[in-house]
Design a protein around this ligand. Structure first.
Ligand code: NAD
Length: 357
């Protein structure tokens, strides 16, 4: 398979962790007989420094012409000035919008050897394996908003809007994912209050009933879901929800395994390349020290293999290598709980060894 991949290392620890993920992808290509070519482009703070634009047009064009995009992280104190003309995060919103990435997938899996890193009790997090699908380009973050005045008081409003087509496409993706897993789909909304959620519920019912009769569908209100996620997270298989509810719930869920450095995510559209990244930020406090955990980015590369290149065996091999490394007790400082730790490159090396084994 001939594949063109774009790497966007970004800022802070981004270049260090993306370098390790690249080595893993190169090893996958060699082992499985594929030809992967890599192009690196600027995005985020480094792109602002070089061009004044967090997402330069040539970066976007390269991403759109690729088979998949792997992003490190963007941002850092250097670009935090609220009065600045532009910010690194603007690049993130722009790339999602321009590439039509309407679905954010976040698998939340606990590692048996790291259960004590979780703020929750072992028996609650042991065996957690949930896939979240968050709608990414609609809802209240994109609805009409504004400010004004009412009875002499300042006023502001943000509106939540979804049309049927936006709900159909994310529910289809979620139900398809459920078919490949436990065939259980949980849709989260606030249908007891919001009209938008009532439409979400009706459309979800229809899509699942007509197109995915084997999938068991349940509806859960977002407030209840916030509780269930920390009291019985093992009961969930695939969860689908709108933009704002997904934003909040996926951050809550990311605490279940106890380490940001282990969790990948994918943003997908209806067609075209997907964007893959770790869920953590650019960790400026440890940038350049060679101690960052590269495993979330390596797992994001595995998601790229699975969702954009449809190389399931290769994706599973990378995930198995990461699990083997963790099971063998290798830890970067963030997950070492004060014990012995190894650096970013050494962790990458361990994954390569496990992949070759
Ligand atoms: P962060 O995720 O960068 O860091 C939070 C803490 O986790 C820090 O102590 C950091 O050292 C640690 N950490 C994160 N990833 C790690 C890794 N791979 N290995 C070891 N330790 C790790 O969050 P923050 O400090 O709130 O944000 C820093 C910058 O990143 C900000 O500019 C923020 O806007 C940006 N950010 C970017 C993205 C993105 O690019 N998608 C996401 C979140 C935050």
């Amino acid at each position: 398979m001939d594949v063109k991949l774009v790497l966007l290392p970004g800022d802070g620890i981004g270049p260090e962790i993306v370098a390790e993920a690249r080595r893993v992808l190169e090893a996958v290509a060699t082992r499985f007989g594929h030809a992967f070519t890599f192009e690196e482009h600027l995005m985020g703070g480094c792109a602002i420094d070089a061009t004044g634009d967090p997402l330069p047009p040539e970066t976007l064009a390269a991403c759109q012409a690729s088979d998949g995009v792997l992003l490190g992280a963007v941002g850092g104190p250097k670009w935090d000035d609220p009065t600045a003309k532009t910010r690194p995060e603007k690049g993130l919103l722009a790339i999602r919008k321009e590439m039509g990435l309407f679905a954010n997938l976040r698998p939340i899996t606990s590692f048996p050897e790291m259960l004590d890193a979780s703020p929750l009790k072992r028996e609650i997090v042991e065996g957690v394996d949930v896939l979240f699908l968050r709608e990414l380009t609609g809802g209240i973050y994109f609805g009409e908003s504004g400010t004004g005045e009412r009875d002499g008081h300042e006023l502001a409003y943000s509106t939540m809007v979804y049309d049927e087509s936006e709900i159909v496409r994310i529910v289809r993706l979620a139900a398809t994912a459920a078919m490949g897993r436990g065939k259980k789909l949980t849709s989260v909304d606030k249908a007891n209050v919001l009209e938008c959620s009532r439409l979400w519920r009706r459309v979800t019912e229809k899509v699942v009933k007509e197109e995915f009769p084997e999938v068991t569908l349940e509806h859960v209100l977002v407030d209840a879901m916030a509780m269930h996620l920390i009291s019985r997270p093992k009961d969930f298989d695939v969860v689908v929800t709108g933009n704002m509810f997904g934003d909040i719930l996926t951050d809550e869920a990311s605490m279940l395994p106890g380490s940001l450095g282990m969790l990948p995510s994918a943003s997908l559209g209806s067609s075209g390349p997907g964007l893959y990244e770790p869920i953590h930020g650019s960790a400026p406090d440890i940038a350049g020290k060679g101690v960052a955990n590269p495993l979330a980015t390596i797992l994001a590369a595995a998601m790229l293999l699975r969702h954009s290149l449809h190389l399931e065996e290769e994706a599973t091999a990378v995930e198995a290598a990461v699990r083997a490394v963790v099971a063998a007790g290798h830890r970067t400082a963030d997950v070492a709980a004060g014990g012995a730790s190894i650096g970013t490159a050494e962790m990458g090396e361990k994954v390569l060894e496990a992949l070759a084994a």
